[in-house]
Design a binder for this molecule. Structure first.
Ligand code: CA
Length: 240
């Protein structure tokens, strides 16, 4: 009996395993509305970071990497115009707004970026609106085709002096007029520790002098011992 049944059972075993694995895979597929697996857990809103560069910029600058912002806060939307909105800074600062734009459907989305002074909107890593340079709170538009789901969003902004503003509005497919991009389509990494530090922050290649002006946070771990050549005895009475 056993010898007669076993070959048949084994013949069906491989297809059964394959179907079972396929079914398990289908059952564990997340619903279409869920964030892609490579995005950390999200919460509604957008991250605002402000850097006190204390430099009279005329255009956007690239901040030196790994600098801690002076101000870092979860905000509901991008609609800022007061000193309080920008963490108490009024002049000569740089702003970064970052998060995801979660759109329900594929389509052509129109954006309007209003800023004082210059700004730039990038979605999925591509510049949608380049509104750089010194100017008052003027609007500038741009259109982009988006696919449904989470699209990385980033706005860079700088303020030199006088008034300051940054505002992002949109007109999604089918909408009649512009509205502020609402909180429920914005998201940012949830539960992050928002670390800030006072003091001046630096742009790349702006008035560089010996050293990069940033605090020393460590030494090369592969050079734990003195690096002076043997017999090197500098005559130094003081250092600035
Ligand atoms: Ca201004």
């Amino acid at each position: 009996m056993r010898h007669r049944l076993f070959p048949r059972a084994r013949k069906h075993l491989v297809p059964l395993l394959f179907v079972g694995t396929l079914a398990a895979g289908l059952c564990s597929t997340p619903p279409a509305a869920a964030a892609p697996a490579d995005i950390p857990p999200q919460e509604p809103g957008i991250t605002l970071r402000v850097f006190d560069v204390q430099t009279s910029l005329s255009k956007l600058c690239a901040l030196k990497p790994s600098q801690t912002p002076n101000h870092d806060k979860l905000m509901p939307t991008v609609d800022w115009s007061t000193e309080a909105d920008f963490g108490g800074l009024s002049d000569r600062f740089v702003t970064e707004a970052s998060g995801y734009l979660n759109v329900p459907s594929d389509g052509s989305y129109v954006f309007r970026l209003t800023s004082d002074d210059g700004s730039r909107l990038a979605i999925d890593g591509d510049t949608v609106i380049d509104h750089d340079g010194l100017h008052g709170a003027e609007p500038k538009g741009g259109t982009v085709h988006l696919t449904a789901g989470a699209n990385p969003l980033r706005i860079d902004h700088f303020e030199r002096d006088g008034g300051q503003q940054l505002r992002l509005a949109w007109k999604p497919p089918g909408a009649g007029d512009f509205t502020i991009v609402p909180r429920d389509v914005l998201s940012t990494d949830a539960g992050v520790v928002r670390v800030t530090a006072p003091g001046r922050k630096e742009c790349e290649a702006s008035g560089d002098s010996p050293g990069d002006g940033l605090p020393l946070t460590g030494v090369r771990p592969d050079r734990p011992s003195p690096i002076c050549p043997e017999g090197f005895e500098p005559q130094v009475s003081g250092m600035d």
